[in-house]
Design a protein around this ligand. Structure first.
Ligand code: FAD
Length: 512
């Protein structure tokens, strides 16, 4: 269909009837399955796949509604630490299986969190418990809400999407090949999920940063928060995300195994959205019925992958630091993706061998590497939440930018030599990659585009190893390292799937 035809579902029946060469009246029901943008030819098309019921009604038309669960308030409790996608979906799965979740979150509820986020942008003050990464909904809340995942073998992706729809997401996410929700819609969805948990008798505690584990006879017995309040249960699902560096410290202090793993670090690139639309849709300004265009780039440079990450069409770059003294950038967009900018992380894969000079930090070498680059960016931009920035073409030439174009990053940008600030093995690969990317997307390497440092929290540089059969920590029965912080997922949907899997593993053990 043309983008205009596809934008009006009331005309879909006629379009399918035309394709099937039957009168529209013979189509009794249309069940859309998949929708994608096909921009390969000069005329962009929307491809729609649907189940078509000709001369018959479907046996049942499924309606997605919020489930009500049996009360679990007196059932055996399971502690879930962290209310990000992994923790929230773990809590819902526990309820569904008759156990009581006690969800403990260091940050504030999703509404109160907004004030701290505004403070980072306006006052450059980072609250270490409430920011773009910490607080109800986790790192996925003030994001683009992209729901695309390659982790389809880890569980039922459709089920995760249906739960989001049942809590207020638009049902388009069930058919779009690259679904996204948008930061303007996510807080209400997270709030509705909280209500489902509370209605079923689960508990949710905010402003409680977990700082200790209760361990007896080689088994976990509970957790203790920073104020000394303890909470006990037979199982603890630890879903604290990749920025909870204090949790890694705690585990090490307790003598629990941790492993270094590969991760990625680089910059966030920002182009005018019109420029990206022109490249991807062969036409600018884009057709008003098309969404802002996105891209996905990957190139091997000197034995390491350099790739685009978390692309936010029509989005803004945001400050994702979790403490003072660091500058970390990431991206988000609202549901309409209507800002004039297109941003994306452009990051280099980092293997433990690349940071052998930090091997004295053991499993924490990657964390130390992130810390050093985040600190260098903070210093370069005046020790505030402003970000060091450079035009892409100046970066590849190795010269300072004498002026900077407009940028969506609210705390402000400062011209700085990122080609010198980033470690040489990262900067060198990025410089080559930008030139290579221009061969894939003519016009990508342009003086109109900016890069900001640093995109360092793409994935966890640490893994909390678990038994592949029971999903418990290899050295502590009853502790379930879960989600992105444990090193077993990346992104909203795969973290949600890991939350479901850890909860099911805990249910199996407790019920046995
Ligand atoms: C700005 C931004 C945009 C993003 N955009 C996207 C996107 O569009 N699509 C996508 O798939 N992914 C996106 N991501 C990544 C995605 O958000 C993460 O992959 C995902 O949230 C990880 O889920 P998680 O539950 O494992 O951890 P998190 O979401 O990190 O949640 C961990 C939770 O644990 C809490 N916590 C930490 N320590 C403690 C403690 N000691 N005690 C109690 N609670 C604690 C934190 O406050 C937090 O709420 C984005 C990330 C950011 C920062």
């Amino acid at each position: 269909m043309t983008p205009k035809q596809a934008a009006d579902p009331s005309g879909w029946k006629t379009a399918f009837a035309h394709t099937l060469r039957i009168p529209p009246a013979r189509i009794k029901h249309l069940n859309p399955i998949q929708r994608s943008v096909d921009a390969r030819a000069s005329k962009v098309k929307i491809r729609l796949k649907a189940e078509v019921f000709i001369d018959e009604q479907p046996a049942e038309i499924r309606k997605i509604t919020r489930k009500t669960f049996a009360d679990v308030s007196h059932k055996p409790p399971v502690i879930v630490v962290g209310a990000g996608p992994a923790g929230l979906f773990a809590a819902l799965t526990l309820i569904e299986n008759g156990l009581k979740p006690i969800l403990i979150e260091r940050g504030k509820d999703v509404k109160a969190r907004k004030f701290d986020i505004a403070q980072i942008n306006r006052e450059h003050i980072v609250n270490p418990d409430s920011n773009y990464c910490f607080g109800e909904g986790g790192a996925g809340t003030y994001s683009d809400g992209k729901l695309y995942t390659r982790s389809t073998k880890r569980g039922n992706v459709g089920n995760i999407l249906e739960i989001l729809v049942a809590h207020g997401a638009a049902d388009d996410i069930l058919i779009d090949s690259h679904p996204h929700i948008g930061t303007d819609k996510l807080p209400a969805i997270v709030g509705a999920m909280r209500q489902t948990i509370l209605d079923a008798g689960g508990e949710i505690c905010f402003n409680r940063r977990i700082s200790d584990l209760i361990i007896q006879n080689g088994k976990i017995r509970g957790v203790v928060d920073k104020n000394g309040n303890s909470c006990e249960a037979q199982a603890v699902i630890l879903a604290t995300g990749h920025s909870a560096r204090d949790i890694y410290d705690l585990l090490q202090h307790k003598g629990l195994a941790l492993e270094a793993k590969s991760f990625a670090l680089g910059v966030r690139a920002e182009h005018p959205q019109e420029l990206i639309d022109g490249i991807q849709y062969h036409h600018s300004p884009r057709d008003p019925y098309l969404q802002a265009a996105s891209y996905s780039l990957v190139k091997q440079i000197d034995g390491r992958g350099v790739f685009s990450f978390c692309m936010c069409p029509g989005g803004t770059i945001v400050p994702a630091a979790t403490e003072a003294g660091q500058v970390v950038v990431n991206g988000m967009s609202n549901s309409r993706r209507n800002s004039p900018f297109a941003n994306s992380g452009i990051v280099v894969q980092i293997e433990p061998a690349d940071i052998a000079h930090l091997s004295g930090f053991g499993a924490f070498a990657g964390l130390e590497f992130q810390r050093q680059v985040e600190d260098a960016c903070w210093r370069a931009a005046g020790m505030r939440q402003a970000a060091p920035a450079q035009r892409i073409t100046d970066f590849t030439k190795g010269v300072n930018s004498s002026s900077l174009p407009d940028c969506s990053y609210y705390p402000g940008i400062v011209a700085a030599p990122l080609h010198e600030i980033l470690p040489p093995f990262v900067a060198g690969r990025l410089r080559q990659a930008f030139v290579e990317f221009d061969k894939m997307m003519k016009g990508y390497h342009t003086s109109e585009a900016l890069i900001l440092g640093t995109e360092s929290r793409t994935s966890s540089p640490v893994r909390i190893p678990r038994n592949p059969d029971t999903l418990e920590h290899v050295g502590l029965a009853g502790l379930y390292p879960c989600g992105e912080g444990a090193g077993y997922s990346g992104g909203i949907v795969s973290s949600a799937l890991d939350g479901v899997n850890c909860a099911l593993a805990a249910v199996k053990k407790i019920k046995r």
